[in-house]
Design a protein around this ligand. Structure first.
Ligand SMILES: NC(=O)c1ccc[n+]([C@@H]2O[C@H](COP(=O)([O-])OP(=O)(O)OC[C@H]3O[C@@H](n4cnc5c(N)ncnc54)[C@H](OP(=O)(O)O)[C@@H]3O)[C@@H](O)[C@H]2O)c1
Length: 251
């Protein structure tokens, strides 16, 4: 049975764990072949690959049609884009889920902090979008999903996550720019802004902090975020939007 993303190749940056992993699995469920990118943990990446392969097997896709592959690449700067493009020269669906976070008072932020946070959260997704856009336009089909931060769907002030939030809010300009260029060619780009979400990356202190902020004291699950991600990726009419999925949380 054909599924909506059968014959589509997806690349999920930061797809080995957390929200990215849930999105990779949701895409596999819809028939996409996935390039799963992970940062440091080969074990985690291989575990995720096995889980994704099981989804396809469970849905009866013959083994020889399983083209899921992996890319383990700790991203250190914009140079990483070159390696990503050499490994995966063309994609139909780009999901950029990796997005490091730093809580530090604005007056304490160093140049290195600013460089790291804006590179990983804005320059890198921007450079990948620039590289993958042209082939998407040529084939009249493309889907790009970026991840914002909590409450970064509009310009706000942040006292301790300024660089991260500024970069994440900037993704909105990127998405709206792609929408202007790609709207007529069935190429969409949107930004999903999750609330406090439970992932394997939270240590106890971070989990306690997040629960304290989350409405009702409960964290969102990665699968809940992935459900919305999939709905956006499926929708050809939704383009250039920044979508909060945070139960109304204001931090
Ligand atoms: N979780 C939340 O509460 C929350 C809230 C708002 C927004 N967001 C946004 O949602 C997105 C997903 O967040 P997340 O919490 O699931 O986790 P994340 O830490 O942003 O992403 C985890 C993924 O990135 C990879 N990764 C980590 N460090 C890397 C590095 N230096 N180079 C390359 N890859 C690296 C991990 O692989 P390894 O495990 O192998 O390192 C894993 O695949 C992010 O953009 C984040 O900013 C999250």
């Amino acid at each position: 049975m054909d599924r909506i993303f059968s014959n589509r190749m997806a690349l999920v940056i930061g797809g080995s764990g957390g929200i990215g992993k849930a999105v990779a699995k949701a895409l596999a469920n819809e028939g996409a072949q996935i390039y799963i990118h992970g940062g440091h943990s080969k074990d985690r990446l291989e575990r995720t690959l096995r889980e994704v392969q099981q989804i396809q097997t469970a849905q009866g896709l013959p083994l020889e049609q399983q083209h899921h592959q992996t890319l383990l690449l700790p991203i250190t700067g914009v140079d990483s884009v070159k390696i990503v493009l050499e490994t995966v020269p063309k994609v139909d669906i780009l999901v950029y889920a990796f997005g490091p976070f730093l809580r530090k008072d604005l007056s304490q932020m160093t140049a290195e902090d600013w460089n790291m946070l804006t590179t990983m959260n804005l320059a890198l997704p921007g450079a990948l979008v620039s590289s993958y856009l042209e082939p998407m336009l040529r084939q009249n089909w493309g889907r790009i999903l970026l991840f914002g931060g909590t409450n970064t769907d509009t310009i706000r002030g942040f006292t301790s996550t300024t660089a991260y939030s500024a970069a994440k809010t900037g993704l909105g300009v990127l998405a709206k720019s792609v929408a202007r260029i790609g709207g007529a060619a069935n190429v969409t780009c949107n930004v999903l802004c999750p609330g406090m979400t439970d992932t394997e990356y939270l240590d106890e202190a971070a989990r306690r902090y997040a629960k304290g902020k989350a409405p009702g004291g409960t964290l969102l699950h990665c699968e809940e975020i992935a459900e919305t991600a999939l709905a956006i990726l499926k929708n050809p009419h939704q383009n250039g939007t920044m979508v909060p999925i945070d139960r109304g949380l204001v931090i």
